[in-house]
Design a protein around this ligand. Structure first.
Ligand code: SAH
Ligand code: TMP
Ligand code: ZN
Length: 415
């Protein structure tokens, strides 16, 4: 791969209107690109600059690294590491079975970005015909080992046609935390239209722009997340392809997400929730570039406060350890200038990340035992989106006097 393999735009990826960056998060590495010290010299960086399209309301980064740099046979994110997410997808699948799929004869279910089978496993168990589209072969292998049908390819209009030829049209399609990854969203929407039955339903969920702006959770923005969606922008994308936004449902997952339900235009009634959400978004200024200027000021204040706090603790000689080597934390460490001088190591339960350095900031990543066997004074909660699960698990850390450093929605210390 060459240095020029960025997916760079000057015009909106959805509607082609000219767009401009409203801020820069500086040079950023691949968010899930955990590396060995031998790989540091060749580490890849790009400038991460978000922009907002005033015409179609799509929030996007101007330059995204090539997909092959992010999704490959050593992809570091395994969905099933979180028990909460397992329960979330079991519930999501059950709802789809009881609503969309009820009464259908031998329905066919397709998931985009099916990873290790966290969602599709629920359909497999109940004997549904299913197919996962998962380009990162290592995570897809985990799904295949569980008997979940998975193909390791990027979803595209051409692949949609091949799937139709081999398996027929889909009754239900889902995608979680992947639609916002794919720069050719028009191609993906066209592929969904091709693959769905005329009365088929596509449900997808991703981090929500409304939540990100409200909480200043700028760490939702990283290389994989080329888009941060709102109901306004999602409606605009799918309307271009004969598809309609028929329902929305907020989710607490990943720090505030939205589930969007899409159907061929006119095939299903549109829920009142759609109009309500669109009105709420307009009220919040999610159709207005001025909102991004406020967001930028909030990001800068958050960065300055977090770095000041970590500098103070360093001067006081306190031990600070990161909790969860999340992809989001790559944006935080690199934007704020946080390094091993502030954070001794990051504790993470994912074996592929352990023994490596965090992207860009080069903070060592260690197994959970390194944290649990020798509690630090402070744990910097990088996995803040899993706070409920973690706080429940770590009562002995706080009982021993340990404190949490948080930065969403505000920088602070919690015991
Ligand atoms: N759905 C899972 C995984 C999200 S991570 C969950 O919510 O936990 C995003 C996944 O999408 C990765 O496994 C990645 O390999 C996959 N992916 C990236 N681009 C894709 C594309 N164009 N088509 C299908 N899957 C894609
Ligand atoms: P995510 O925010 O992208 O879901 O990634 C969460 C990361 O945090 C993942 O690498 C696993 C790690 N993690 C822990 O180390 N301990 C935990 O208790 C949880 C919930 C996650
Ligand atoms: Zn646009």
């Amino acid at each position: 791969m060459t240095k020029n393999d960025l997916n760079s735009v000057r015009n909106c990826r959805v509607c082609d209107a000219p767009i401009e960056a409203f801020m820069s998060f500086g040079q950023q590495p691949i968010a899930n690109g955990f590396l060995t010290s031998a790989q540091v010299a060749d580490e890849y960086f790009y400038e991460m600059k978000p922009a907002f399209c005033a015409r179609c309301c799509m929030f996007q980064i101007m330059d995204q690294p090539a997909a092959e740099r992010m999704f490959h046979g050593e992809y570091a994110f395994f969905s099933s590491t979180s028990r909460y997410m397992q329960a979330h997808f079991a519930k999501f699948a059950k709802e789809a079975m009881e609503t969309v799929l009820a009464g259908r004869a031998d329905p066919f279910v397709v998931e985009l970005g099916s990873n290790d089978g966290i969602m599709l496993g629920n359909f497999k168990e109940k004997g549904f015909r299913h197919l996962g589209v998962e380009p990162s072969s290592n995570v897809a292998d985990v799904a295949r080992a569980k008997g979940i049908n998975s193909i390791s390819e990027f979803f595209s209009p051409a692949l949609a046609e091949r799937i139709v030829a081999q398996h027929g049209h889909a009754d239900f399609m889902s995608a979680a935390n992947v639609m916002c990854h794919i720069p050719d969203i028009n191609g993906i929407a066209a592929g969904v239209k091709t693959l769905l039955k005329p009365d088929g339903v596509f449900m997808f969920e991703d981090p929500y722009l409304g939540a990100m702006v409200e909480k200043t959770s700028y760490d939702q923005i990283y290389d994989e997340h080329v888009f941060i969606f709102s109901a306004l922008s999602v409606q605009n994308v799918f309307a271009r392809h004969g598809l309609e936004l028929v329902d929305v449902a907020p989710q607490i997952t990943h720090g505030g997400s939205m589930r969007y339900t899409i159907s061929p235009k006119g095939a299903r009634p549109v829920s009142d929730c759609v109009a309500k959400q669109l009105a709420w978004e307009r009220g919040q200024g999610l159709d207005n570039p001025a909102t991004c200027d406020r967001f930028r000021a909030n990001c800068e204040a958050s960065r300055d406060q977090l770095l000041t706090l970590l500098e103070k603790l360093r001067q006081e000689g306190k031990r600070v350890v990161g909790y969860g080597a999340t992809s989001k934390s790559t944006t935080v460490t690199n934007y704020c200038g946080i390094g091993p001088q502030h954070v001794e190591f990051i504790s993470d339960t994912t074996p592929i990340k352990q023994g490596k350095l965090s992207p860009g900031a080069h903070i060592p990543v260690k197994p959970y035992a390194a944290f649990a066997d020798n509690y630090p004074d402070y744990a910097l909660l990088f996995a803040w989106n899993h706070a409920a699960e973690i706080r429940e698990k770590e009562t002995s850390f706080t009982a021993a006097g340990g404190k949490w450093i948080v930065y969403v929605p505000k920088v602070g210390i919690e015991s």
